[in-house]
Write a protein that binds this ligand. Structure first.
Ligand code: ADP
Length: 543
């Protein structure tokens, strides 16, 4: 017997309607390429999203067509999120930091019909325009006064494109399984793969994000997403924040600028900021140097890579800011686990609480987790056993766009293999010890590169650290620590290695240290281990 409840589809347009009605006067502050401080309200942004929907309706598009964006975090990008997905098209966000070949591959694979582009990325597209012949037109995200000269064909100005349209639009009643957005993985192995989100998965993920032990979003929050709208929907922030009615502060092109981020946090009273560890390094370096304190910030959600203990400690002890580590991936919309203190653990010592906070978090309701051994057998959550981490749930991809089962990413019993190796403790806290492909295999045992990196980051002279496996005649591989020194600080190889004593097993201590000026980063700000391994491919470890 079925229940007798309404079968209302979960649609992104319903967030727009809710937000405009209940939180229409809440502010959105943006740094953009054409305005250092643009202010509008949620209500205005939704009206403009409807103008955009009307304009799109004249382009001869059909449901499911892909419309791309290459843009920073600002109000116009947010309008596109709603205008495009709400109308039944697929909003394909593209990472501008990808290489030209990857951009060409992605745009052609997605069969993008139009591209919304920030003026500063126009030259990027000009350079590859003849390799993306199927794109019918480009809409530059600015007004007529700031339109760049360009050789691109069929170019429109965003403000003119939407300007004459009505702000009345009846959102179509779509099936909730309709595709809404597309994001390609970074393609660290092989070609990038497209993850195709739908309305239902997006809404469920946003609902889950609101929970107190996840992001804990309320209408009283002021949220600064330093996670890009061009990657995994900025962790779902455009949806969850509009559900909650919080104020949004968009950093535009200032994402990696510690001083600018501090300025925004201070002037706009930001209570919650989200980003990968690298951007917070820039912020903390700035506050340290300038003698500033993050007085207004309440919590910071940090994920996308392991969060060093020293960073959590600096946020907590210098700024009284709670760091919530999160774990997830593009294929998971992305949130799968978040680290908050579970009932019964509040009384741990400050040091033990720091140890706890270095873990990737507990799985949230809606994302099932399991760890399995090489034979696919489920492992105990005993805080010791480590294995391949697999997930299942309504906001996890069931396949990749146009790959139909050929990626080998799912198990026969329907779980997604994350490619991460993890340990889960009896309380359910998970520690990511490595990517399957980054794990260091030494003498038949595994060494966690992440744990070594976190340890190294605890040394005051270390600004950034990465550990890779280097070929070794006896042990197969041994860890090499690659370090970027903090400004005005020095540390010798011997001091660095001595720092590991007593902190990790003796045989885990890196076999050597290399000092470099900078580490290669991926487009999302993570250390690019593939590139680092290439750089150190012929590295000779000392005997
Ligand atoms: P890409 O790195 O290709 O852009 P994602 O953004 O989807 O792809 O990154 C997902 C990966 O990032 C995860 O599979 C995991 O390896 C890593 N990651 C994310 N959060 C954490 C975390 N808290 N601790 C350790 N690794 C993490």
């Amino acid at each position: 017997m079925n229940g007798l409840m309404m079968n209302t589809p979960l649609l992104i347009s319903s967030i727009a309607e809710h937000a405009a009605k209940f939180h229409g006067d809440r502010e959105i502050v943006s740094v953009t390429g054409d305005n250092p401080c643009h202010r509008c309200t949620i209500g205005e942004a939704i009206s403009r999203a409807k103008q955009l929907a009307n304009a799109l309706g004249k382009l001869g598009l059909k449901q499911g067509d892909r419309i791309a964006t290459i843009a920073w975090n600002d109000y116009r990008h947010l309008e596109i999120y709603y205008g495009v997905s709400g109308s039944g098209y697929v909003c394909h966000t593209i990472n501008p930091r990808l290489f030209a070949e990857q951009l060409i591959f992605i745009i052609n694979h997605a069969e993008d019909r139009f591209i919304f582009v920030d003026a500063m990325f126009v030259p990027l597209l000009e350079a590859l325009a003849d390799k993306i012949p199927n794109v019918e037109g480009f809409i530059v995200l600015t007004d007529e006064a700031h339109m760049p000269e360009t050789s691109l064909r069929n170019v429109l100005c965003y403000e003119t494109f939407i300007g004459a349209e009505s702000s009345h639009f009846d959102w179509p009643e779509l099936d909730e399984r309709t595709a809404s957005a597309l994001c390609y993985t970074s393609g660290t192995t092989g070609d990038p793969k497209g993850v195709l989100y739908d309305h239902r998965s997006t809404i469920l993920h946003a609902y889950a994000s609101l929970a107190p032990d996840v992001m804990g979003l309320s209408s009283r929050d002021v949220v600064l997403p330093v996670v890009p709208l061009f990657h995994v929907n900025a962790w779902g922030i455009p949806y969850s924040v509009l559900m909650a009615g919080a104020k949004l502060v968009f950093p535009g092109p200032k994402m990696g600028d510690g001083e600018a981020l501090y300025g925004l946090m201070d002037s706009e009273n930001v209570t919650l900021a989200l980003g990968v560890p690298t951007v917070w390094l820039a912020l903390l370096q700035y506050t340290e140097k300038a003698g500033k304190r993050l007085d207004k910030l309440d919590r910071s959600i940090v994920g996308g890579a392991a969060v060093p203990r020293a960073m959590i400690e600096a946020f907590r002890d210098k700024h009284d800011v709670e760091v919530r580590q999160g774990w997830g991936m593009t294929e998971m919309s992305p949130v799968g686990a978040v680290n908050t203190i579970k009932a019964g653990l509040e009384k741990l010592s400050p040091d033990d609480l720091l140890d706890l906070a270095t873990k990737a978090g507990r799985g949230l309701y809606g994302c099932e987790l399991r760890i399995v051994d090489d034979g696919g057998n489920e492992l105990e959550w005993d805080g010791q056993a480590y294995g391949a981490l697999q997930v299942r749930g309504p906001w996890i991809c069931s396949d990749y766009f146009k790959l139909e089962g050929s990626a080998g990413s799912h198990t026969d019993d329907g779980w997604f293999d994350t490619g991460d190796v993890a340990i889960i403790d009896p309380q359910g806290y998970m520690t990511i010890t490595d990517r399957t492909k980054d794990v260091i295999k030494s003498g038949g045992e595994w060494i966690s590169s992440i744990e070594l990196e976190n340890t190294a980051m605890g040394h005051p002279a270390v600004a950034e650290a990465a550990v890779i496996g280097v070929a070794h005649p006896k042990w197969t591989e041994r860890p090499l620590l690659v370090v970027v020194k903090a400004e005005d600080q020095d540390v010798s190889k011997e001091e660095m290695l001595a720092f590991f004593e007593g902190k990790v097993a003796t045989w885990w201590v890196p076999s050597d240290v290399a000092f470099v000026d900078e580490l290669p980063h991926t487009a999302t700000g993570k250390v690019k281990k593939i590139e680092l391994r290439r750089q150190f491919a012929d590295y000779q470890l000392p005997d």
